[in-house]
Design a protein around this ligand. Structure first.
Ligand code: UDP
Length: 451
């Protein structure tokens, strides 16, 4: 134990909610294994150091601002981040190495988010052992390899981007489920992401029982170690602190406590995706007509004035929202999904939301918006069979039918049973199964590089 304490890990995360949260959970887990922790992060969208008194935090100017982030152009943001973060991170790492020497510590490993592929060369140059944390599903990562293989044989992704045909190498994914590979910028980023060869391997926030085949195939093609130690929020059980950028509104938990078991549909599109005002109105009418209870997250900035918009809705809908609904700006999602009043989750299928729902046995209504979300939605509906694939037509009647299919019909009940079974399997994997073993393997691997 004494010897492990002298090993410091530097974890580097981008300024996105869905990336920072799993990185902090990983930090908590590795701290519990005896490592000292430094978390490097952007100077905005920062974690709250008082929630983690045992960690050192290193705010850095990555060359991005929160206005970049609000542009929602993920490809452009990623490209800018990777160009501009290199020199501040290199300087910070050199400084960390010097400080570690003074404190009789050693930088045992740099762990960086997979989105920040340009750190690969920095870690190599400084001769630091390094690991990538992938915060999306293993299957999503596999689609990158398939894309590159197909591209080298002349495949034109644009032609197939709406095709319902199955991708032979990735069944049951269809071409239309793949992340959009049709811009040169995305293609370049994918090539760079796949080219990264972290010396110690890749940590995946996933569980063997969910993605065994994808993990096996990734290992075959990538030829580095994979550590599927997820779900990180579950394995970091001692970390109950919040890493939310927006203040969580706990009043919804009080509201949930007054609702019957499995009666509430939780509606949230995560931290980036959103509906336009016209779509919000269809959602409000569809939810009202479904006669189901609902807890709905409408993030600040989604529309200019939520109260004004609510006032503009017809009387019946306003009454239904007042009687059966609860609207908040940001929810404590972990606690919401764990509450027994919640019977379903209408989600954009971000990977964190997907894992959080699976861990609580809550079936989902899948409405992917972009990126890996389509892959996750397909896994939910066609592999684990705990997610409802609906038309995604943002029209009140379609929404009403879909909500009732999930919350009332036998279809929803079957999905709930399957979700509860998966919840148990995940629990076992974390307690003393595959995730537990992978974590021990990871710790050994870091230590063996530093003997
Ligand atoms: N989240 C939350 N409260 C909300 C909405 C989302 O705490 O009201 C959290 C959610 O628990 C998850 C993260 O924000 O951990 C969203 O990550 P995800 O990968 O699902 O989607 P992204 O925001 O990256 O698209």
């Amino acid at each position: 134990m004494m010897e492990i304490q002298r090993h410091r890990l530097v974890l580097i995360t981008p300024p996105f909610q869905g990336h920072l949260t799993p990185m902090l959970h990983l930090a908590t887990v590795l701290h519990s294994k005896g490592f000292s922790i430094t978390v490097a992060h952007a100077h905005f969208n920062s974690p709250d150091p008082s929630n983690h008194p045992n960690f050192c935090f290193l705010p850095l100017f990555y060359g991005l601002s929160d206005t970049h982030i609000s542009s929602k152009n993920v490809v452009d943001i990623t490209a800018t981040l990777n160009t501009r973060c290199v020199s501040p991170i290199k300087e910070a790492l050199i400084d960390q190495i010097e400080k570690a020497n003074i404190n009789h510590e050693k930088i045992a490993c740099v762990i960086y988010d997979g989105l920040m592929y340009s750190i690969d060369s920095v870690a190599r140059e400084l001769k630091l052992p390094n690991i990538v944390l992938r915060t999306t599903s293993a299957t999503n990562f596999l689609t990158y390899h398939t894309f590159l293989q197909r591209q080298s044989s002349g495949w034109l992704p644009l032609q197939d981007s709406m095709s319902l045909d199955l991708v032979p190498e990735l069944e049951p994914l269809r071409f239309k489920d793949l992340p959009m590979f049709n811009s040169c910028d995305i293609q370049k980023q994918i090539a760079k992401t796949v080219a990264v060869r972290p010396s110690l391997g890749v940590i995946c926030n996933t569980v063997n029982c969910l993605e065994e085949e994808s993990l096996y195939r990734l290992h075959q093609v990538y030829k580095v170690s994979f550590f599927p130690i997820g779900p990180l929020h579950m394995i970091a059980e001692e970390d109950s602190s919040s890493s939310s950028f927006v203040e969580e509104d706990y009043s919804c938990i009080g509201w949930l406590k007054k609702q019957p078991k499995q009666s509430v549909l939780y509606v949230s599109l995560g931290s980036i995706a959103s509906w336009e005002e016209k779509e919000l109105t269809e959602v409000a009418c569809g939810l009202a007509n479904s006669k189901q209870k609902f807890l709905w997250v409408i993030r600040p900035g989604t529309i200019s004035d939520v109260s004004e918009w609510l006032e503009s809705l017809c009387k019946d809908v306003r009454v239904a929202i007042a009687e059966r609904g609860c609207i908040v700006k940001w929810a404590p999602q972990g606690e919401v999904l764990a509450d027994e009043a919640v019977g379903g989750f209408w989600s954009h299928c971000g990977w964190n939301s997907t894992l959080e729902s699976l861990c609580e046995g809550v079936p989902m209504m899948c409405q992917p918006h972009f990126g890996d979300q389509r892959v996750n939605a397909r896994l939910l509906s066609h592999v684990w069979k705990v997610g409802l694939e609906w038309s995604n037509v943002m029209e009140r009647n379609e929404i009403e039918v879909a909500v009732r299919r999930l919350m009332v019909n036998s279809e929803g009940k079957e999905m709930r049973q399957k979700a509860l079974k998966l919840k148990n399997e995940i629990k076992i994997a974390v307690k003393d199964g595959s995730s537990y073993d992978a974590l021990n393997r990871l710790v050994k691997s870091i230590l063996s590089m530093n003997l």
